[in-house]
Design a protein around this ligand. Structure first.
Ligand SMILES: NC(=O)c1ccc[n+]([C@@H]2O[C@H](COP(=O)([O-])OP(=O)(O)OC[C@H]3O[C@@H](n4cnc5c(N)ncnc54)[C@H](OP(=O)(O)O)[C@@H]3O)[C@@H](O)[C@H]2O)c1
Length: 256
């Protein structure tokens, strides 16, 4: 199977790395940026012109920024894309908007996340076609599921696509406090990894999360003092409002 990536920036690189786990997949790319063509070349992938990518591929991933989607679709409209799956990963750009620009084609909205790079992605799919074949393919990248309402793509975009940045930012603060205990940067990172691994292990059997909170926060103790503070400050509500802010931005992008 041949897959092309138009726009080979951050998310395309993650998808390319993830799909590389399947040796039956041939990967091609096209980008306007010389650095990204160099990356393809250095990592053993072939770069072609936009037309050649489209001609040789069964599946074409459109991985440009939302504001570049209109121009790219206009460029694609003159080509013969029948029988090919056209996949947009652009946040906020509606399926109808893409279908208007490139009519008569099988278009899908796919929302991956950066975990795809290590085959630990969670990807959502929305389209008016049968998604089963595509879902099977996307499972190479990790978990994949379909949504039946396009608005859910915006929620997925932020909840699974953007929140890695929220968590990295929180971990940055966490590590800056660990620095008060450990000098060595590598050792700090090892400590963070062991700490996160223990969290993953503790939730891996479906344990109730609030029971896990209770198991750490003994009455009158240090954890209870900290968690009470977080709750007074509405920390979880702030997290949820950050998700809502992302969703509002996704809706704005669909109108730009
Ligand atoms: N990053 C994520 O974690 C993530 C997750 C899910 C979805 N997405 C979606 O993925 C898309 C790309 O995001 P990104 O973070 O990967 O952006 P990015 O790193 O900026 O990559 C986009 C690349 O596409 C190039 N490009 C623009 N127009 C083009 C065209 N007509 N033909 C070929 N290449 C073109 C850009 O070149 P120039 O810079 O020269 O314009 C740039 O190199 C966005 O729509 C975003 O919503 C991203």
């Amino acid at each position: 199977m041949n897959i092309s990536f138009i726009g080979c920036g951050h998310i395309a690189k993650a998808l390319i790395k993830g799909f590389s786990a399947d040796k039956e997949i041939n990967i091609f790319g096209f980008d306007k940026l010389e650095d990204n063509l160099k990356w393809l070349n250095e990592n053993g992938y072939k770069y072609l012109s936009l037309k050649a990518c489209c001609d040789c591929s069964d599946i074409i991933f459109l991985c440009v920024r939302p504001q570049d989607m209109h121009d790219l679709c206009n460029e694609l409209a003159s080509g013969n894309l029948e029988d090919k799956k056209i996949i947009s990963v652009a946040a906020g750009i509606k399926l109808d908007q893409i279908e208007k620009l490139i009519p008569r084609n099988k278009v899908y909205r796919v929302m991956p996340n950066i975990g795809s790079k290590n085959n630990l992605g969670i990807t959502a799919v929305f389209s008016k076609n049968d998604n089963q074949e595509l879902l099977e393919l996307l499972k190479i990248l990790g978990e994949a599921y379909e949504v039946d309402n396009e608005d859910q793509i915006d929620l997925h975009t932020v909840l699974l696509g953007s929140t890695p940045a929220f968590f990295y930012d929180l971990l940055h603060e966490f590590e800056s406090r660990v620095e008060e205990l450990i000098d060595d940067k590598d050792q700090i990172r090892v400590a963070t990894i062991v700490f996160l691994s223990s969290l993953i292990t503790s939730i891996s059997k479906g344990q109730d999360l609030l029971e896990l909170v209770e198991s750490v926060a003994s009455k009158g103790g240090t954890t209870e003092a900290g968690i009470n503070f977080l709750r007074e400050q509405r920390f979880n509500e702030i997290f949820s409002k950050a998700v809502d802010a992302g969703i509002i931005r996704a809706r704005e992008l669909s109108k730009d």
